[in-house]
Design a protein around this ligand. Structure first.
Ligand code: GUN
Length: 293
């Protein structure tokens, strides 16, 4: 089975569009983009385009790569206090001279649609409810649930320990009663660990998973994005041991491809968080608030 994030994302976006249309106050997502990183520019453009298509207001604020940290922090504080703004996202990576932790800490947790702030990340780690769940892990879980892939009690191997994907993914899987193993660049015997996995979630950006090494009928979720020698977008899974797609589909239970798997689900997840941001930031009567329960 192919986990078709593209098709599923279309369905969910339609549903979000209907919900947004019902709201008196529309979500307003502000994205801060610093510098000229080409990949970041594409991501930000896609986020804004998707938001506008489903009725979510979206503004991109651009700063030059040499912007001073305090200018960025002042802008975030201004957005925190601006009642017309419901969600704030600072596109990563930031230039080296800026301390990203200072920037992230400036974001109001109630507008932190990325789940980057210590308050939201801390709540996630404690098993408490953050204002928002991190977008990529949330998108992956929505996709696994949609395709009826059980998580409770499963051996899940997460490869990559980033703050954006690997670490929060592990927290959310633990919350769902999976047995989680975290692997990273210093992990010894990765192949042996991969063999134990019912579900593999790889977020590295290199071809680290040779799919002949995985357990028969395991579920593979590819979160890696890199370019192959021909400049084509590719993921972390190396399927070169297989003859064709049919052989792959016979061997694995399911896999999510790159592109068309986790990528579109991440954007959907951000749109869900943007919808939710209205609830956290809007001064509503208790009757109106109950509509979001
Ligand atoms: N850069 C790569 N992925 C992300 C993401 O999910 N959020 C932000 N803010 N920056 C990113």
């Amino acid at each position: 089975m192919i986990l078709d994030g593209k098709a599923l994302s279309k369905k969910i976006l339609e549903e979000i569009k209907i919900e947004v249309a019902k709201l008196e106050k529309k979500p307003h997502l502000v994205v801060i983009l610093v510098g000229d990183d080409p990949a970041s520019k594409i991501y930000v453009r896609n986020k804004k385009k998707t938001a506008l298509e489903i009725g979510i207001n979206s503004t991109v604020i651009e700063f030059p790569a040499d912007v001073e940290e305090n200018v960025l922090i002042n802008k975030i504080q201004e957005l925190n206090n601006d009642e017309s703004v419901t969600g704030i996202l600072v596109q990563m990576p930031l230039p080296k001279h800026i301390d990203k932790d200072n920037v992230v800490c400036a974001i109001d947790p109630k507008k932190d649609v990325d789940c980057f702030t210590p308050e939201n990340v801390g709540k996630l780690a404690l098993g408490m409810k953050p204002y928002f769940y991190p977008v990529t892990p949330q998108g992956i879980l929505i996709m696994l649930d949609y395709y009826n892939i059980p998580i409770e009690g499963k051996n899940v191997v997460v490869i990559g320990r980033s703050n954006i994907v690997g670490k929060p993914m592990a927290q959310m899987l633990l919350q769902r009663n999976a047995t989680v193993t975290m692997c990273h660049s210093h992990t010894k015997n990765l192949d042996d660990i991969i063999k134990t996995a019912d579900i593999i979630i790889s977020a590295v950006g290199k071809k680290v998973v040779r799919c002949k090494m995985v357990k028969y009928k395991s579920v593979l979720v590819d979160v890696g994005i890199s370019r192959d020698t021909n400049g084509k977008l590719t993921g972390d899974l190396n399927f070169s041991d297989f003859k064709d797609i049919n052989e792959i589909l016979d061997f694995v239970e399911a896999f999510s491809p790159v592109p068309g798997g986790v990528g579109p689900m991440t954007i959907v997840s951000l749109m869900l968080n943007s919808l939710l941001s209205v609830k956290h930031t809007c001064i509503l009567s208790s009757i109106a608030k109950s509509c979001f329960k």
